[in-house]
Design a protein around this ligand. Structure first.
Ligand code: RI2
Length: 319
């Protein structure tokens, strides 16, 4: 064990906020993780380059352990750690702080670029149906509104945590008329919408879209009704380990998110499961919209290879 430097309080706070979903959404988690590494770099009292590297890697491990499904988290850690370089502690510190800032800046730019691509799929007068809350998906609507298109939205509340309320609030803030529905009403409203628009936590090499639980059922229903469905996912959502056959772990969250303890006691002896995500097979998704353009899901592997080569390193591992 080479980790002698303590994990900075800011890193622990960020890890807690990600685990409890105070900080949530794949891109927001990625930005918070990168900034936490910068905080560790600024705060560490490491006296040697080796101790410095070790302390930043330990912080990365703490962040990595919080939530398993959104690949933007390990991709953010990779981005910063792979740019950690220098012969002195000062140089190393500078490289981490600069890489984290660069990463956050790229996230913002990617969201804007992706939004303009997604907006091209939306026509004046269109209504979109949303699921959960995705900053990438919202960027498409915001860009369409900026282009002068009138867009309306049918927003699924998205049990169990009701992130649809955040989507409703943010769409109203840009002037989009919103109709909020319960999840189970989605199929009934599909005839009234022109697009289904979702985000992604991870995209697999075969074009499978891992997103908030309920996405796959929505996609199957949309296909049956002939409503196009797109996922807005900037390239940090591409899961490099799936290039070598790994699958994406689906996070199982607390049973209390589904049913309170008191109600559960009243109901009696039941099992409760709370998977946070599901996988939409590529045949049910019309397009993946990224900052590099729009892809049919089956072709996303070409972008993945271009950006990641043949796989992914784990630079946070202990040497
Ligand atoms: P952006 C969210 O997961 C949703 O599944 C959403 O579609 C996805 O992250 C992407 O969000 P959670 O953190 O990166 O609410 O587009 O479990 O903001």
């Amino acid at each position: 064990m080479t980790d002698t430097e303590p994990i900075d309080a800011a890193v622990r706070a960020t890890a807690d906020e990600i685990a409890t979903m105070e900080v949530r959404g794949a891109a927001t988690i990625a930005a918070a993780a990168a900034e936490a590494l910068a905080a560790q770099a600024e705060a560490t009292g490491a006296a040697t380059p080796e101790a410095f590297r070790s302390s930043v890697r330990a912080a990365a491990r703490t962040l990595h352990e919080t939530r398993p499904t959104a690949v933007s988290l390990p991709n953010a850690l990779r981005y910063v750690l792979q740019r950690m370089e220098g012969e002195s502690v000062d140089a190393l510190r500078r490289s981490v702080v600069e890489a984290a800032a660069e990463f956050v800046d790229q996230l913002d730019r990617a969201r804007g670029d992706l939004g303009r691509v997604g907006a091209n799929r939306l026509a004046d007068g269109d209504t979109v149906m949303t699921h959960c809350h995705s900053t990438d998906a919202l960027a498409c609507v915001e860009a369409a509104v900026e282009q002068g298109k009138a867009i309306e939205a049918v927003v699924k509340e998205t049990r169990p945590r009701n992130q649809g309320h955040i989507t409703a609030e943010q769409l109203r803030a840009v002037g989009v008329p919103v109709t909020l529905i319960v999840d189970s009403a989605a199929r009934r409203y599909l005839d009234e919408v022109d697009h289904v628009l979702v985000g992604a936590d991870s995209i697999a090499a075969d074009g499978g879209v891992i997103n908030k639980i309920g996405t796959s059922g929505l996609a199957v229903n949309a296909r049956e009704r002939g409503v196009p469905i797109m996922t807005a996912a900037q390239s940090i959502k591409l899961h490099p380990e799936t290039l070598t056959g790994h699958t994406v772990e689906i996070e199982a969250r607390a049973e209390t998110e589904v049913i309170g303890e008191e109600t559960r006691a009243e109901v009696g002896d039941i099992a409760v499961e709370n998977p946070a995500f599901d996988v939409t097979p590529p045949r049910y998704m019309d397009a993946i919209v990224t900052e590099h353009g729009q892809f049919p899901p089956e072709s996303i592997v070409t972008l993945m290879r271009e950006l990641f080569g043949e796989g992914a390193a784990d630079p946070w591992a202990e040497p």
